[in-house]
Write a protein that binds this ligand. Structure first.
Ligand SMILES: Cc1ncc(COP(=O)(O)O)c(C=O)c1O
Length: 381
């Protein structure tokens, strides 16, 4: 007899993207561009690293639950410390939201193929998980509003969205918000906020603070601190107060907290990151479109490619891998014919374009049903 409830037994453990060492050893390559996890190709913010070094002398002491970073964030964004929470990545806070607000009978509502981290956390809670299809790879906010039921407790929206890279606009969100009852908590996941914030149509959620909206952000992407596990959120003090009851008391760790404080001060690094990303998005999307690929317009640090079959998507990922370009197949998200590729350094992007050219040539003649080159699809004679 299984010791776990069926909703846990049916989950699959998270499969991390392949590591650089793994790909290097397996394919005997010297140069690898890891473009699978939307990480920062410039490394970590130098000021964050300085702050981490400075904090190393105090590792014998317990951390203060993120209070120092909460104060800095409150000052930076013009809110009160009671409106700010920090955690082990934005996913750590997401996990606490699920534990704090969901009862057994509640439902969670989001888009199809939502960010996989949220899918896993919500399904792992054993509640009903409902989705609404994308409209042209965007959240269908009117359909989501219409799908809210008496039992809906959380609506999860990522803006920009992972894996599509698309945004919903301020006007679209305002209209959606008018249709959401106050008893429904909206999670606005802004993990890619920094990449989109200069778009005039992007609804920076700090401009409107509603009582039932929690904004999540992270240092993992634009500040290059994915390995640190540090994220933050803004919400009404009552929501934050309840989250503080549930979170691990000593989360985030001392080094993670210090890195966040250092990173926030590093405007120069953020600027370089955003410039590099804008160049990368422009170059990759233009060149891939010229090759005839379907590229979803992105406001984040990655692009989604739509292939015409699962077999073709899988073959594309594998052929790119052999050439040292690591991309993310999106089958686990629920989009088996799609592939996601992050922007890299200028050199990574150039290599990715060249590898894609060679790959598409090699894939011509692939049988879409089997993924096998045409010559092999009837099997040996
Ligand atoms: C939409 C979205 N939200 C949250 C996260 C998780 O970020 P963190 O590293 O802060 O947990 C990611 C990471 O890929 C993401 O794409």
């Amino acid at each position: 007899m299984s010791l776990v409830p069926p909703y846990i037994a049916s989950l699959r453990p998270y499969e991390a993207g392949r590591t650089i060492e793994d790909v290097r050893a397996h394919y005997g390559l010297t140069h690898i561009a890891k473009l699978a996890s939307n990480e920062n190709p410039l490394g970590a913010s130098p000021l964050a690293l300085d702050a981490v070094r400075g904090a190393m002398d105090h590792l014998n002491l317990y951390p203060n639950g993120g209070l120092d970073l909460r104060r800095v964030l409150a000052h930076e964004f013009g809110v009160r410390v009671e409106n700010v929470i920090t955690g082990s990545g934005s996913e750590g806070i997401m996990s606490n939201i699920i534990r704090t607000f969901l009862g057994d009978e509640d439902e969670v509502l989001t888009t199809e193929a939502a960010f996989i981290g949220f899918q896993v956390l919500a399904r792992g809670r054993g509640v009903t998980y409902r989705t609404v299809p994308y409209r042209d790879w965007h959240y269908d906010l009117p359909a989501l509003a219409a799908a809210i039921t008496e039992r809906t407790k959380i609506v999860y929206l990522a803006n920009p969205n992972n894996p599509t890279g698309t945004i919903f606009t301020r006007a679209e969100f305002d209209d959606f918000y008018r249709h959401v009852p106050e008893r429904v908590l909206i999670i606005l996941d802004e993990a890619y906020y920094e990449y989109a914030r200069d778009n005039a149509r992007y609804p920076d959620s700090m401009h409107y603070r509603y009582d039932n909206v929690i904004t999540l952000r992270t240092f993992s992407k634009a500040y290059g601190l994915a390995g640190m596990r540090i994220g933050y959120g803004f919400a009404h003090e009552e929501l934050i107060g309840n989250l503080l009851k549930v979170k691990l008391p000593f989360e985030p760790g001392t080094l993670a907290q210090a890195s966040g404080i250092g990173a926030l001060a590093d405007k120069a690094f953020l600027h370089r990151t955003l410039e590099l990303n804008a160049r990368g998005l422009e170059c990759l999307s233009r060149r891939f479109r010229e090759m005839g690929l379907t590229v979803v317009p992105s406001e984040a640090n990655f692009l989604m490619l739509v292939l015409d079959s699962e077999a073709k998507a899988a073959a594309l990922v594998e052929e790119l891998l052999k050439q040292g370009i690591v991309t993310r197949p999106l089958k686990a998200f629920g989009l088996p014919n799609c592939v996601r590729i992050s922007t890299g350094t200028d050199d990574d992007n150039r290599r990715a374009v060249e590898a894609m050219e060679r790959t598409l040539e090699a894939l011509e003649g692939i049988d879409h049903g089997t993924g096998l080159p045409a010559a092999q699809r009837h099997g040996p004679r």
